[in-house]
Design a protein around this ligand. Structure first.
Ligand SMILES: Cc1cc2nc3c(=O)[nH]c(=O)nc-3n(C[C@H](O)[C@H](O)[C@H](O)COP(=O)(O)OP(=O)(O)OC[C@H]3O[C@@H](n4cnc5c(N)ncnc54)[C@H](O)[C@@H]3O)c2cc1C
Length: 460
């Protein structure tokens, strides 16, 4: 995602990936509303939709079964279930079409930075030179560790094994045993995942914090421990493990090196937010880093990546902590869960929680102003169709209902749509390339000040 965003601004990008092949674990992830909106903003949604399954937007907070309240404020008010390898492939194809170079089978093992750039060392000793380096290298991020950035939080308390395999007993027998275990175990399932293949989730024997995948023998042992039978599992398609550690990087940037995605934050998968959070980090960072590289970024622009995105991750970590408590089978936690379930009958409570999970409730702190300032603008109707269709190039946009403002001086970075009919409850708004509202008003001076604040000095 980050590579594609940078390519929109003609920045040369090399993605260095340690694995020779794409990951095989076919974990289904959910793309939540804000991520779907971002895809729409770059014209990617049409490409992604046929590979996913639309599901209702609600019922994702601690898996409490409440449908979304009426009037959800988005054209994309659903969840898209899609296998993670598929969304990764689609984003990789998109980035490559945009001109990104991808080199597989290359692990970053070291780097040094100076005033002009970063020298990156690969496992085979090759050295690469770039102006910036972004560690999008996951929870065990080499880049973060080499930077010496702290990753405080809570270690994993539990670990789960997850995989796909065949079973050696008839489906009816599986169904009866599984139904009995599901009564008491939250972290267990064994369910059909295609012809003859079952998806398996089972608690691991302990917490290992190991990177390598578990073995079929590990699954057999744990199935025995939980179900009293291993269901005759065999012929695994893929096997993986994950823990529930919660951690946040102390800093997202040290000089010319930045962190994004799981390299910067990890949390339990409850609510399905990790990949969404990383994609949204990339969307926030891409245009800022491009501006920095092209030399038009205002001095503090790149640092707003951390000041905006780290609090968002902090909030996600907190909501996963809360959700994890609500999944506990302890009587106290169950009582709180029942209470919250009742409270979610109030649409405002339900909406508040849904806005957290789907990331449409985010408001960056751009200073005092109307409530819309700092929020994302939904995909409203404009005279040419849908607003998001005008954001495909990743530029700023002045949506001008007064039809008398101008972006002269910034027209190489910012588009101007004069449209008195736009379905907007404000005279004019300035949108950043990530779709957040950077200014609301009707006076040219105020607009110019904010164009300078976000898009640097005018060209003339
Ligand atoms: C069971 C489960 C279910 C989940 N469900 C959801 C969901 O529904 N929705 C959601 O949003 N999220 C979900 N997640 C979270 C999601 O999978 C992660 O947040 C996401 O994969 C993070 O993406 P990333 O690119 O930051 O890191 P990763 O996916 O970890 O990618 C990092 C990449 O960097 C490479 N790399 C590592 N070190 C180096 C190095 N030194 N040099 C070069 N390359 C390197 C790795 O090979 C890897 O390809 C789930 C997670 C789990 C475990």
């Amino acid at each position: 995602m980050l590579a594609a965003e940078l390519r929109l601004h003609d920045v040369r990008v090399l993605v260095v990936e340690k694995q020779t092949e794409p990951a095989s674990a076919v974990r289904i992830v959910g793309l939540h509303i804000r991520s779907l909106e971002l895809m729409a903003m770059r014209g990617l949604l049409e490409r992604i939709l046929p590979h996913g399954r639309k599901r209702p937007a609600g019922a994702y907070f601690a898996a409490i079964a409440k449908p979304a309240p009426p009037g959800l404020d988005s054209r994309y008010a659903y969840l898209l279930g899609i296998p993670q390898p598929v969304i990764e492939r689609l984003l990789e194809e998109h980035a490559i079409e945009q001109g990104t170079q991808v080199r597989r089978g290359c692990a970053v093992t070291g780097f040094e930075q100076d005033d002009e750039g970063v020298t990156v060392e690969l496992a085979d000793g090759e050295r690469l030179r770039s102006r910036y380096l972004v560690g999008c290298d996951g929870a065990r991020s080499t880049v973060r560790k080499l930077l010496g950035v702290g990753f405080p939080g809570e270690p994993a308390r539990t670990e789960s094994l997850m995989g796909e395999m065949e079973v050696g007993v008839p489906p009816e027998e599986v169904a009866v045993t599984v139904a009995a275990i599901r009564e008491t175990h939250q972290r267990f399932w064994l369910r059909p995942a295609g012809v003859g293949v079952y998806s398996v989730l089972v608690p691991a024997a302990g917490v290992s914090d190991r990177a390598e995948p578990p073995t079929l023998e590990d699954f057999k042992q744990q199935l025995h421990a939980v179900a009293g039978t291993d269901f005759g599992v065999h012929s695994p398609r893929w096997l993986s493990r994950f823990g529930d550690a919660t951690r946040l990087a102390d800093s997202y940037r040290v000089g010319r090196v930045l962190l994004a995605g799981d390299a910067a934050h990890i949390h339990p998968p409850i609510g399905g937010q990790g990949l969404n959070l990383g994609v949204q980090d990339a969307f926030n960072l891409g245009w800022k880093l491009a501006a920095q590289i092209h030399g038009w970024a205002p001095e503090t622009l790149l640092d707003t990546y951390q000041t905006e995105r780290r609090p968002v991750a902090e909030a996600v970590l907190d909501n996963t902590r809360a959700q994890t408590e609500l999944l506990s089978t302890e009587p106290g936690a169950q009582a709180v869960r029942r209470l919250l379930t009742e409270l979610m009958d109030f649409d405002e409570v339900n909406l508040h929680l849904l806005e957290k999970i789907t990331a449409i409730g985010i408001r960056y702190d751009f200073g005092a102003g109307p409530d819309l300032l700092g929020r994302r603008l939904r995909d409203i109707d404009v005279k040419q169709g849908h607003l998001y269709d005008l954001l495909h190039r990743g530029r700023g946009l002045l949506l001008d209902r007064t039809e008398r403002l101008t972006v002269d001086g910034w027209s190489d970075r910012v588009d101007h749509l004069a449209d008195s009919t736009a379905a907007l409850d404000a005279p004019s708004v300035l949108l950043r390339p990530d779709g957040h509202v950077a200014w609301i008003g009707d006076d040219q001076q105020g607009l110019d000040d904010h164009l300078s604040r976000w898009f640097g000095k005018p060209a003339h």
